[in-house]
Design a protein around this ligand. Structure first.
Ligand code: HEM
Length: 394
């Protein structure tokens, strides 16, 4: 790549490493076709140059980092690293509500929502209901882990958000574009969005007691907030579940409710559905010895952090046992971290644990698939993952 080195040079050393790009268009074609390969090459070059950061050029220059110090700065300082202008705003599914708010408005909105989404609150409210949903959906014989996960997650989300006040197909039709390959999730969807808005307004007139709709009905932009939350909840959780089942099928010894929490944690490490996150620097700042100029887009990558061999020995191996010990600080962030940490982390964890534990009374095995990943709006299986569930008797 022949661009002039940008202002985001490391303090006291040469320009940042860059992966292979093209004159004029920079890295945009590679970002569009295979962003994970681009990130991995950038990280390898960054390491060779002695830095856990590199630079790419999309439609604007971007600095990518993955070290704990980088994560801590980018995620911990909401006044400097802003969401306005970041990548999430490109998708109509994510460009509203709390996701689009910046400091200090963001803090007030989260304070209004956090108690309802707290891990203990969602567990008390939904654990039993989720258990019933999972048991009602358990497959027999061969099944597609991706499809099954999407269906069961939609059912759990409908129950938690709306109870029986929204027909199950309404959510399915709203989130369907999130299952399409890129650029499907990024295209404008005015009809689906206004249809969902109308359905939400209807639900909010008389929210079912004990559902999340009760909270959203009271929020100033409750319709946008609820719409963004269900979208942020859906494919992230569904893909994580598909990967967790895929790995569980390869490790029968872990198919035990006592190991479910570690299985889910490790699935979220190896396959973080929020594989990339972005911010824009509001002022000149220095991170981990690197000068980041005002206006620069910065990316953090749970995918790179979670696969960094300096943080996670043998990072490509699925080994839930690694969670029996401590985790590296700012080195495990499937739900990001800091004030902007995923609103639904507790809800997602409950859905994932309930669904994975649902398989404990059966033998699970792989039928076909590769477990390869694809980086779209979220990290997804690159192809179908076919599994077989066989009930154990006696
Ligand atoms: C395994 C499932 C999930 C994963 C891996 C995940 C991951 C993430 C990540 C990494 C972020 C931070 C994005 C950023 O700011 O850079 C985030 C934010 C968010 N997530 Fe999740 N998420 C999951 C499930 C959910 C669920 C179930 C909900 C339901 C409420 C949800 C709602 C949100 C919202 C509203 C935000 C924005 C928070 C803010 O900006 O303050 N997510 N999620």
């Amino acid at each position: 790549m022949r661009d002039a080195p940008s202002a985001a040079a490391p303090a006291g050393s040469g320009p940042l490493a860059r992966p292979q790009g093209l004159p004029l268009v920079g890295h945009l074609p590679r970002w569009t076709s295979d962003p994970l390969a681009l990130l991995q090459e950038g990280a390898a070059r960054g390491r060779t140059g002695g830095r856990r950061a590199f630079e790419i050029r999309l439609w604007r220059p971007v600095t990518v980092g993955w070290s704990p110090a980088w994560n801590r700065a980018v995620l911990g300082d909401l006044a400097t690293f802003r969401s306005r202008g970041s990548l999430s705003q490109i998708s109509p599914y994510l460009s509203a509500g709390v996701v689009a708010l910046d400091h200090p408005d963001h803090r007030a909105r989260r304070a209004a929502m956090n108690p309802t989404f707290h891990r203990r609150a969602v567990t008390a409210a939904f654990a039993d209901r989720f258990g019933r949903i999972v048991r009602a959906h358990l497959p027999t014989g061969d099944f597609d882990a991706g499809r099954w996960s999407s269906t069961v997650v939609r059912s759990m989300l409908t129950a938690a958000f709306f109870g029986d006040r929204m027909p199950p197909d309404e959510l399915a039709s709203f989130v369907a574009p999130l299952d399409q390959p890129m650029p499907g999730p990024l295209l404008r969807r005015p009809v689906r969005i206004s249809r969902m808005n109308a359905a939400l307004r209807q639900v909010f007139q008389a929210p079912q007691p004990g559902t999340l709709a009760e909270l959203f009905a009271e929020l100033p932009d409750g319709v946008e907030e609820a719409r963004v939350a269900v979208a942020a909840a859906y494919d992230t959780t569904a893909h994580s579940l598909a990967f967790a089942l895929w790995e569980l099928a390869d490790r029968p010894d872990l198919n035990d409710p006592a190991r479910t929490a570690a299985v889910v944690k490790e699935a979220l490490r190896l396959y973080p559905s929020g594989w990339i996150g972005s911010r824009v620097a509001a002022t000149d700042t220095e991170v981990d010895g690197l000068l980041v100029p005002a206006g620069r887009m910065v990316l953090y990558s749970p995918y790179l952090t979670h696969r960094d061999p300096d943080l996670w020995p043998d990072p490509e191996a699925f080994r839930p046992e690694r969670f029996d010990g401590p985790q590296p600080a700012w080195g495990y962030l499937p739900f990001a971290a800091g004030e902007r940490t995923c609103l639904g982390a507790g809800l997602a964890t409950l859905m994932l644990r309930t669904a994975v534990a649902g398989f404990a009374d059966a033998d699970l095995e792989r039928v076909s698939g590769t477990g390869k990943v694809r980086g779209g709006l979220t990290l997804a299986p690159a192809g179908p993952l076919r599994l077989r569930r066989r009930r154990r008797f006696g």
